[in-house]
Each structure stands twice: as structure tokens, then as C-alpha cells.
Design a protein around this ligand. Structure first.
Ligand code: BES
Ligand code: ZN
Ligand code: ZN
Length: 496
């Protein structure tokens, strides 16, 4: 989609979108069109109160189609994005390939440029088509074709910042949609090698380095916990390392951030097998990996001034005669031994190796891992927020703020050592499950902490409830790309 900035609505293409931030904003948002609307604003306002997602198609006296789009009162980034994404998706059969948005109602707000980014991000995300494996392709979304054009109506003095915000919203959406495809793909078309291939291609395209370890190299390196989970699999594991830093950086040293993502391409539970009813959802058990992939790609595309390292250990967790059994004791890259109590607690095993590898070889200033790790987080926070665990209050605070800003909410849970009780094994250094159906998300975080080697600024995001969700965009649950927007916001803030 080609995006241009224009100063006057007069020059705009036929179809215009006017976003309206709640009932109190209606009059001012419509004032410039006072004499040009049919029906006139007085009557319009009886039919339209600008609630979040409310739309009203009207005409201007010169015959131009105008869509009023409600954002609700005091919309933030998340609300604006949702309204635009819903609009773009719902009216995909009615929208033209050339669209204008009247930005004044957004730019009047304190966080105006971020709302513009949200609007463009949402408009683009609304073009996403989920039917990857349908033999008959759906009609293309009008805004996704090569002739698609978006004109943003904004004053000259803000146009540069508007252009930047719009480009960022579009770029991030593009990466997010690529991530949606990855997460929505079924496990037979998403082997560990495919995840690695995604990263390789992205690195080539956007100029960052990618190194993939195959099974032989994983064995040679001694990533024993990843190998243990992979024992029951018909497919070789991969261990992908992505590294991005901006070209020609001659300024101050860049902050080094390490991201580790759980890449379980399908989680049957292993011998501690899951019930069958919802097992199909476990193709999304690489949502953490997807967040890491998406963040590194988006950071590279946006040329953010950070040094970013992403690590993704990947395997499926399957049932086989060779699969690990409850009671087995396995080794790990850190050298610590682990007693397997439940083979369904596999994510923490592969992360243990990913996190320790990150610490040992890159020692980043900030270490963040993301994983669809526990059902316990879903029971605690539902589908509205991810669990956050951190030993660093500043890091936790910044991530929390980015969560509020982007609508990818996270909520902190404790990491007190009292919970180490859950990790005590009689026969090994640690066990992977307490055996008790309580505090599962915290116990999992305490397990991971062991493999951070006392990293002083570590955060763990348990995204089990938020990576794959019901939405208005699909009939079944589908990928949300959770984490990309959150982490890009965080990276932008720390590098400002
Ligand atoms: N992949 C699951 C966690 C999960 C649950 C993700 C629901 C998304 C939605 C993870 O590997 C798992 O099975 N965790 C177990 C751990 C338990 C056996 C200690 C869980 O949470 O039940
Ligand atoms: Zn599991
Ligand atoms: Zn899992």
C-alpha cells in the first residue's frame, strides 16, 4: 500500500475515513465538513455516538463516500488499532483501493502520532487473510493489492512525523502478518527446520545475521535439554540465533538486548499426553518464538538503534518409544541435571538451554524470554494479559508501560525464593514440575531463573493466554502476534 500525506481533505480521493474519539469529539471532528455532509451533522449525531468500532457510512454533498469510524472515549493505541483493524476487515468487500483518512481528530490528542501509527497498523492488519491452505483463494483485500493507496490528511507542520508513524505502523503490520502465517500454520507444515528457514530468509532480506544449528551441531554443543524434548520426535530440532545491529553505528554504544522464544512446533504433552479435545491448539506453542522472530525482523526493518540477539530453540514434543519418560533425569547445557516429573512441562526445558546459551555467549544487558509456558497463566489472567516475571523493577516497569501503551498488556507475578520448594528434586539438581496443581506459572518462572545464571535484568513473559485467541477476524482461534508490538515499543523507548 502506497502511503502519502496531504494537507487538505479537498484533494483527497473519493472515500474518506473520519475517526471520531467518542461522543464528545463528534462535533469538532465533523466541524470542517459541516456544510458538506448529507445528512447534516445534527441529524448524523443522532445516529452516531462514536463508540469503539461503531461505523456510519454517509455521503458528502459532492458525492464522496465518507465513513465515520468511532474509537470510543479517550482511545489509546490499542483501541485505535482495534477499531481500524475491525473496520478494514469487516468492510473489505466495500472498501476501494484508494482511501483517505482525515487525521486531525487523532493529531489533536496528546499521543496523536502514536494513534496515527495505530490507525495505519490496524488498517493493514485488517487485510490479513487466514485461509493459507484453501484451494480457492478469497478475493484480495482492496488495500492489499499493488494499486492500493492511502492518503493521510494532516497539516504540513506535522507531515514528517505523520509519515514516520504511518511507515512504522505499516512495517510492523507487515512483519506481524508474516508471523501470523507462521503461528497459524499447522504442525505438519511447520517443522523446526521451517522456523529456522523463516529466520534465515528474513535475515537475508532485512540485513541481519542468522545462524542455525542443526541436530549434529546441537549435539556437539551439548544442548541436552533441547535434545531430550526432541527424543520423541521424527523431526530434527533447530537452534536459531539471530543478531541485528544497525549499520554504520558510530554513536554511543548500543544497549544489548537478548530475546529467547519457546519454539515448540507442536505440544502433544509427550508421554504425559494432553487430552485430545483442545490439543489441536498446540500448533501455536511456538508463539514465543514468533514474537522473537517478529521483534528482530521489525527492529531491523525500522533500523532501531539497538543491538538485538534472538535465540529460538525449536522442536515438537511428541509421543514415541524414544520419548523422555516421567522420572527420567536429563542433562542441560548449563550442566545442571533435571528430573522430568511431567513431559508436558517441555517448554521450560528447551528454554533452559536457550537462556543459558544466551547468557554464556552474549551476556546481554537485558534478557527477556517469551513462551506459551503454562495453563496456570491462562487461569490466572485469562486472555487479557500475559504474565510478567522479573528480578529488575525498572525493566518490569518499562515493559508494563509498553504493555499499557500498545494494548499488549502484561501483569507482574512474584519470583520469591519461597517458591523454590517446587523445584526440589531428590535425585537431580531440579525437577521440572512440583506435582501440585498450584502456582504453576510461578514455579515455571522459578525453574527458568535457575538457567539465567543470576542475570541481573531478566524478564520472563508467559504468553500462553494471549498468543492464540478468539477474535472477530476468524472463526477459530488464531495468532495475535503478541509481543512484537510490545517489544518494539520497549526497544524504541530505551533507545530514544
Ligand atoms: N504449551 C503448554 C502451555 C499452554 C497451555 C499453552 C495452554 C497455551 C495454552 C505447556 O507446555 C504445558 O503443557 N504446560 C503444562 C505444565 C504442567 C505439566 C507443569 C501446564 O501448564 O499444564
Ligand atoms: Zn507442554
Ligand atoms: Zn508447551
Amino acid at each position: 500500500m502506497n502511503i502519502t500525506i496531504q494537507q487538505s481533505p479537498e484533494e483527497s480521493s473519493e472515500t474518506l475515513v473520519i475517526p471520531v474519539a467518542g461522543a464528545s469529539d463528534c462535533r469538532t471532528a465533523l466541524a470542517p465538513f459541516e456544510k458538506k455532509l448529507t445528512p447534516a451533522p445534527d441529524r448524523l449525531l443522532k445516529e452516531f455516538s462514536a463508540e469503539a468500532g461503531e461505523t456510519l457510512p454517509v455521503y458528502s454533498t459532492d458525492g464522496r463516500r465518507i465513513w465515520l469510524l468511532g474509537l470510543g472515549d479517550n482511545p489509546g493505541f490499542g483501541e485505535t488499532l482495534k477499531a481500524f483493524r475491525g473496520f478494514s476487515h469487516k468492510y473489505r468487500k466495500k472498501l476501494p483501493a484508494q482511501l483517505s483518512i482525515y487525521l486531525a481528530p487523532l493529531l489533536k490528542k496528546e499521543n496523536g502520532h502514536s494513534l496515527v501509527e495505530a490507525a495505519v497498523n490496524g488498517l493493514c492488519l485488517g487485510t490479513y487473510q487466514i485461509g493459507l491452505f484453501k484451494t480457492e483463494a478469497a478475493d484480495p483485500h482492496p488495500l492489499a493489492g499493488s494499486g492500493a493507496r492511502l492518503r493521510l490528511i494532516a497539516d504540513a507542520d506535522t507531515s514528517e512525523k505523520v509519515a514516520q508513524a504511518a511507515a512504522s505502523g505499516q512495517t510492523i503490520a507487515d512483519t506481524q502478518m508474516s508471523i501470523f502465517n507462521l503461528v497459524n500454520a499447522p504442525s505438519n507444515k511447520k517443522l523446526p527446520a521451517h522456523l529456522a528457514e523463516w529466520a534465515r530468509r528474513s535475515g537475508e532480506k532485512y540485513g541481519y545475521s542468522v545462524r542455525v544449528m542443526d541436530k549434529a551441531e546441537i549435539e556437539k554443543t551439548g544442548l541436552y535439554a533441547l535434545l531430550a524434548v526432541n527424543q520423541g520426535s521424527a523431526h530434527e530440532p533447530t537452534f536459531t540465533i539471530m543478531e541485528y545491529r544497525p549499520e554504520n553505528n558510530s554513536g554511543a554504544p548500543l544497549p544489548k538486548i537478548g530475546l529467547v522464544g519457546k519454539g515448540v512446533t507442536f505440544d502433544t504433552g509427550g508421554l504425559s499426553i494432553k487430552p485430545s479435545t483442545n490439543m489441536y491448539l498446540m500448533k501455536s506453542d511456538m508463539g514465543g518464538a514468533a514474537a522473537v522472530f517478529g521483534t528482530v525482523e521489525a527492529a531491523a526493518r525500522l533500523k532501531l538503534p539497538v543491538h538485538l540477539v534472538g535465540i529460538v530453540p525449536a522442536t515438537d514434543n511428541s509421543v514415541d518409544a524414544n520419548a523422555i519418560k516421567p522420572s527420567d533425569v536429563i542433562n542441560s547445557y548449563s550442566g545442571k541435571t533435571i528430573e522430568i516429573i511431567d513431559t508436558d512441562a517441555e517448554g521450560r526445558l528447551i528454554l533452559a538451554d536457550g537462556i543459558f546459551y544466551m547468557k554464556k555467549h552474549y551476556d546481554p544487558e537485558i534478557l527477556i524470554d517469551l513462551a506459551t509456558l503454562t495453563g496456570s497463566t491462562v487461569r490466572t489472567l485469562g486472555y487479557h494479559a500475559a504474565g510478567l516475571f522479573s528480578n529488575d523493577d525498572e525493566l518490569a516497569g518499562r515493559l508494563f508501560d509498553s504493555g499499557l501503551q500498545t494494548g499488549e498488556r502484561i501483569w507482574r507475578l512474584p519470583l520469591w525464593d519461597l517458591y523454590n520448594e517446587d523445584l526440589k528434586s531428590d535425585v537431580a539438581d531440579v525437577r521440572n514440575f512440583s506435582g501440585k496443581p498450584i502456582a504453576g506459572a510461578i514455579a515455571a518462572a522459578k525453574f527458568l531463573e535457575v538457567f539465567t545464571a543470576q542475570h541481573p535484568a531478566w524478564a520472563h513473559l508467559d504468553i500462553a493466554g494471549v498468543a492464540f485467541q478468539d477474535s472477530e477476524f476468524s472463526n477459530q482461534k488464531s495468532a495475535t502476534g503478541f509481543g512484537v508490538r510490545l517489544l518494539i515499543d520497549y526497544l524504541k523507548r530505551i533507545s530514544e
